[in-house]
Write a protein that binds this ligand. Structure first.
Ligand SMILES: Nc1ncnc2c1ncn2[C@@H]1O[C@H](COP(=O)(O)OP(=O)(O)OP(=O)(O)O)[C@@H](O)[C@H]1O
Ligand SMILES: [Mg+2]
Length: 262
């Protein structure tokens, strides 16, 4: 068998609400994610994984999908187009991550999210590993998914709820940060907060993260978009969108700085 469900001992080591949706394969724990479309979550991972702490994400083969359907008694509509595997964020080891400090991890997440217009960078879309380093997921809303917020002017202004950039904050804390603590908040808007130990270091990391996006954009991103299974017209639109966002990236970051330190 390729996959197996978790043992009782394993279940108590992970978040109990997640356990029924987790499988074990290749020595890793995977969240079985149902989504309207696997293309955006997969692109979010393959495009940003070289410089951001993004939870490892895998598309399923036909055989794997069949196996999962049996294991979870999925209904007939489950398919490899609407189901994929996202590795449990907290289970990533420090040495596997491109960002091994909390400042670098937060800076790269916010700059990458600005570039691709992923607005919901909140605490429910990230977990901290045992060393307190954040690893994030959830790219359903990015890459032209919501046309209303394509332009940075609205992206940074319009705020119906905590899943939008005007709620983003970066706070300096001395204590160890954990998944439970950042979710245990009294107001919903504080779910949008990010935590670092040094704001000064974080600001330095913002410049490096901007450079990483520019370097990445100088590579063949069109092939990457195609490899996430977008058809040619859609891949062209997404590439064009990313290139346009690059032109305003620097001023967008300045706009973001006005918000996150308020
Ligand atoms: N890789 C992961 N590691 C840890 N928890 C996860 C992971 N993926 C999903 N989760 C948990 O499942 C919840 C829902 O998953 P996710 O955020 O990806 O989708 P969503 O919020 O339902 O959004 P959408 O379906 O619109 O993309 C998360 O808030 C989180 O608690
Ligand atoms: Mg989510």
């Amino acid at each position: 068998m390729n996959f197996r469900l978790l043992t009782d001992e394993e279940k108590i080591t992970i978040n109990s609400t997640l356990a029924p949706n987790v499988v074990f394969q290749d020595n890793k724990f995977w969240y079985v994610k149902k989504t309207p479309d696997v293309k955006r979550p997969f692109l979010g991972y393959i495009l940003g994984k070289s410089f951001c702490n993004i939870a490892e994400t895998k598309l399923l083969s036909d055989e794997e999908m069949m196996e999962l359907k049996t294991l979870f008694s999925f209904n007939i509509d489950a398919s490899k187009d609407n189901t994929l595997l996202v590795r449990l964020a907290s289970s990533h080891k420090l040495e596997e991550l491109p960002c091994q400090t909390i400042e670098k991890a937060v800076a790269t997440e916010l700059i990458y999210s600005t570039w691709i217009r992923r607005r919901d960078t909140h605490a429910l879309n990230r977990e901290y590993n045992p060393q307190g380093i954040p690893v994030f997921y959830d790219f359903h809303i990015a890459f032209l998914a919501e046309l209303k917020w394509i332009h940075s002017t609205l992206f940074f202004k319009d705020s119906p709820d905590y899943g939008h950039p005007p709620s983003w904050k970066v706070k300096e804390v001395s204590e160890g940060v954990t998944t439970e603590r950042v979710r245990d908040v009294t107001t919903q808007s504080s779910l949008a907060w990010h935590y670092v130990r040094s704001i000064k270091q974080f600001v330095k990391e913002l410049s490096d993260a901007e450079e990483s996006v520019k370097q990445l954009a100088s590579t063949d991103i069109h092939s990457l978009i195609i490899s996430a299974s977008f058809d040619l017209p859609e891949a062209d639109r997404i590439e064009d969108f990313l290139r346009k966002n690059l032109i305003t990236l620097h001023s967008d970051i300045e706009e973001m700085k006005k918000i996150i330190f308020k």
